[in-house]
Design a protein around this ligand. Structure first.
Ligand code: MG
Length: 392
């Protein structure tokens, strides 16, 4: 039996020319760690790209790779992987991947940790075990999940960085000319308001492409209903995250009150968090995030949502492509996939740090062809390790 001998975590800090979602708002300064709050949604961001890689190595020397959510303070999740999870994973077989996921989840349930950083750590370990299992069997992960339904996966362009409305609309137009047919703008940096934003983008790209709006959890239910209704004459395809994550009743009120499909879920990690929202019919599109859920959690969430006749538009966060590949593998295997978020300010820039044939062009993601997840970090990825790591 080729059991796991070593679990390692690598927190990365990758400089980027401008922060995710564009430049800092007037008067906003990053703190000593490079973190800052966007006033538009009162949420912490970093001036860098951060991620956490996980490598699981079997006795034979074969390794599998995963990626944890590490957008801020990646050292936290890396420490949890090493200090808490590794001893529970060493000695297990990669064919036990689902069992290992459940055992780790169970181990801290009554300590009160059934979400947050602990689940982010599990997500990276779980992807790495699926990758290792695929490499040992010489099969891609989508085949291990029961089949590849799609050759290429429709993608939508996410985020329109630009200092003013015209600049942001021009970014949308540019991507539509490159063969994409759906674009999403970010409410937190739509400084003239969402209605002005959709008007400008629609004017720039014409009547056909889909326009999605991420409301960044900024409104009450009734505020969101009024704003979404005002945008509907301009062809709003999806209304994402209109209310705060805790406001399940508010989200259900929005979903009942507008024509536009409501999407939510990027901040959720387990079926237990999705279930009350699905039962309340609070959204018709779910947006699971692979770096929070792992392959096992993501797959379960999608199948649960399918029983509620919900479509899946997976969220894509900051990473170097391992989590992205894992998300595509599950997306290709589930019955209710719709389209995948394409983070155009992150994807190709960080893809230089990995060996893969994964790509996103002309409106579609192309799944990597190799065994496992099909993405292996290059040595240069580790030049971005947070120093000192591990801490002295
Ligand atoms: Mg979002």
């Amino acid at each position: 039996m080729d059991t796991v001998e070593l679990v390692e975590a690598f927190p990365l800090r990758i400089p980027r020319p401008t922060p995710y979602l564009g430049g800092l708002e007037h008067g906003v300064e990053p703190n000593a760690k490079g973190l800052f709050i966007r006033p538009g949604n009162r949420t912490v961001y970093s001036v860098h790209d951060h991620t956490v890689l996980v490598r699981v190595t079997a006795q034979s020397g074969q390794a599998g790779w995963g990626e944890c959510f590490g957008v801020v303070a990646p050292e936290i999740v890396a420490t949890i992987v090493k200090e808490l999870a590794e001893p529970m994973v060493v000695g297990r077989h990669p064919h036990q991947v689902v069992e290992v996921f459940d055992d780790l989840y169970d181990s801290l349930r009554v300590r009160g940790y059934f979400g947050g950083f602990w689940l982010d750590a599990l997500a990276g370990i779980d992807q790495a075990l699926w990758d290792l299992r695929g490499r040992l069997l010489d099969l891609p992960v989508c085949h291990l999940l029961g089949g590849r339904r799609l050759k290429q996966l429709p993608a939508y362009v996410s985020g329109l960085p630009g200092t003013d409305l015209q600049a942001r609309a021009a970014v949308a137009k540019d991507w539509m000319e490159r063969g994409f047919s759906a674009v999403k703008f970010a409410g937190a940096v739509a400084h003239e308001g969402e209605l002005a934003e959709i008007r400008a983008v629609r004017e720039a790209i014409g009547p056909d492409p889909q326009i999605l709006a991420d409301f960044h959890w900024r409104y009450t239910g009734s505020e969101a209903v009024a704003i979404i209704r005002s945008m509907e004459p301009h062809g709003l395809a999806v209304a994402e995250a209109p209310v705060k994550p805790e406001d399940v009743a508010g989200l259900a009120h929005v979903a009942r009150s507008v024509q536009t499909p409501v999407a939510a879920g990027e901040e959720l990690r387990t079926v237990h968090e999705y279930l009350p929202r699905l039962e309340a019919r609070a959204m018709s599109i779910i947006q699971p995030e692979m770096l929070h859920t792992g392959v096992t959690g993501f797959h379960r969430i999608c199948l649960l949502a399918d029983a509620f006749h919900c479509r899946v538009m997976p969220h894509a966060t900051i990473g170097i492509g391992i989590g992205q590949a894992a998300s595509l593998h599950v997306a290709a295997a589930i019955p209710n996939f719709d389209m995948h978020e394409f983070q155009h300010t992150i994807f190709h820039r960080n893809l230089r740090l990995v060996d893969t044939d994964m790509d996103c062009r002309e409106g579609h993601f192309h799944l990597p062809e190799g065994p496992g997840l099909g993405v292996t970090p290059k040595p240069e990825a580790f030049s971005y390790m947070v120093e000192p790591w591990p801490p002295p």
